[in-house]
Design a protein around this ligand. Structure first.
Ligand SMILES: NC(=O)c1ccc[n+]([C@@H]2O[C@H](COP(=O)([O-])OP(=O)(O)OC[C@H]3O[C@@H](n4cnc5c(N)ncnc54)[C@H](OP(=O)(O)O)[C@@H]3O)[C@@H](O)[C@H]2O)c1
Length: 313
């Protein structure tokens, strides 16, 4: 298949490009700079110059290629327009793809997130069938963007696009993870001299290795039915306390509880306080069964033991 991908220079993008090429697909990646063009070429992709701001350019690409994978995101809009501006821009991009791909049955696979506000009340791991907005107040944070974008993507199935969303857990880990939650938690621990966990640390966080994630994108592109959510979940739910303890052992720092009543005060977690308390357990059973996918890479704790998150000083 001739595949167009955005976000090829990010964390997940290079893994997806490599996975697609290894499976025999021809990949063309969006690049908005010479640096990005060099980076995607180094992974074996052809280059298409352009940016997410150019909706006509994205439409033309979606019309021209056999399938689209979209993992880029407009975080540059955050400082000026906040989360609503990011959501609005991302939604317009999805609608542009929809205009170009309507009635073609071509695949459009877009990144989403594990974690919707209402999921807190589920009392079980979220499944692929749980909608992105099961009710309740919209969560005030970046996950809200995903809810709006995911709903739009799934809606394109009704317009004859083989659209689907790959929901990504809060921790996507690999040897090239420089800016995800793990590096953030590790940096915070080094700064504070302890590694904190919220309350009793029993809330569950899910995780995936970036190579396993890439395989879900490929399979969804190749054979995923329209209008579906896929869960790229390697670890379905690890108590936050265990993640903190594993980091603490590596850093030689104690893992300590940050009591719930001081979580929101300026202190340990800062802007992460709203997020670290969430229960982000998710199952991958439907994804495994439908796509024939199985995570094959090390789980989160084993990957922490590999040491690459803790280079010698
Ligand atoms: N655990 C997680 O990391 C996690 C969890 C849930 C959801 N997600 C979502 O998964 C997706 C992929 O995440 P990631 O960590 O792989 O992304 P990332 O490392 O943050 O990379 C972002 C990508 O978007 C591109 N981009 C940004 N603005 C652009 C623009 N205006 N025009 C063209 N390209 C632009 C960047 O290209 P440049 O190199 O040119 O800047 C880069 O390739 C994102 O949508 C993210 O929100 C991630």
């Amino acid at each position: 298949m001739r595949v167009f991908i955005t976000g090829g220079t990010g964390h997940s993008g290079p893994y997806i490009i490599s996975e697609l090429i290894a499976a025999g697909h021809e990949v063309t990646a969006l690049a908005r700079s010479d640096k990005a063009a060099d980076a995607v070429s180094a992974h074996g992709a052809k280059v298409r110059r352009g940016s997410l701001e150019d909706l006509d350019g994205l439409k033309a690409a979606a019309a021209e290629f056999d399938g689209v994978i979209h993992v880029a995101h407009r975080q540059d809009l955050l400082p000026s327009g906040g989360i609503d501006a990011v959501a609005a821009a991302e939604r317009q991009i999805m609608l542009a793809y929809g205009d170009a791909m309507e009635g073609t049955g071509k695949p459009l696979v877009v990144s989403g997130s594990i974690g919707s506000p209402g999921w807190e009340g589920l009392g079980r791991a979220a499944s692929e069938e749980d909608p992105p907005l099961p009710g309740g107040d919209p969560y005030k944070g970046s996950l809200r963007v995903r809810n709006i974008v995911e709903t739009t993507v799934i809606g394109l199935a009704e317009r004859g696009v083989r659209s689907s969303v790959v929901r990504i857990p809060p921790i996507m880990h690999s040897t090239t993870d420089n800016a995800g939650f793990l590096p953030l938690l590790i940096a915070l621990a080094k700064e504070k001299g302890v590694i904190g966990y919220p309350g009793d640390g029993a809330n569950l966080w899910s995780a995936v290795h970036s190579r396993d994630l890439a395989a879900v994108f490929r399979l969804a592109l190749e054979k995923g039915p329209a209008g579906r959510n896929w869960h790229a979940i390697g670890d379905d739910g690890i108590p936050f306390r265990e993640i903190a303890e594993a980091i603490g052992v590596r850093l030689g720092l104690p893992a300590v509880s940050i009591p719930a009543d001081v979580l929101m005060l300026p202190g340990y977690f800062g802007f992460l306080a709203n997020l670290v308390t969430l229960n982000l357990a998710a199952s991958n059973l439907i994804t495994q069964r439908t796509l024939g996918w199985k995570p094959a890479e090390p789980g989160l704790i084993a990957d922490l033991d590999n040491g690459h998150y803790f280079p010698a000083a």
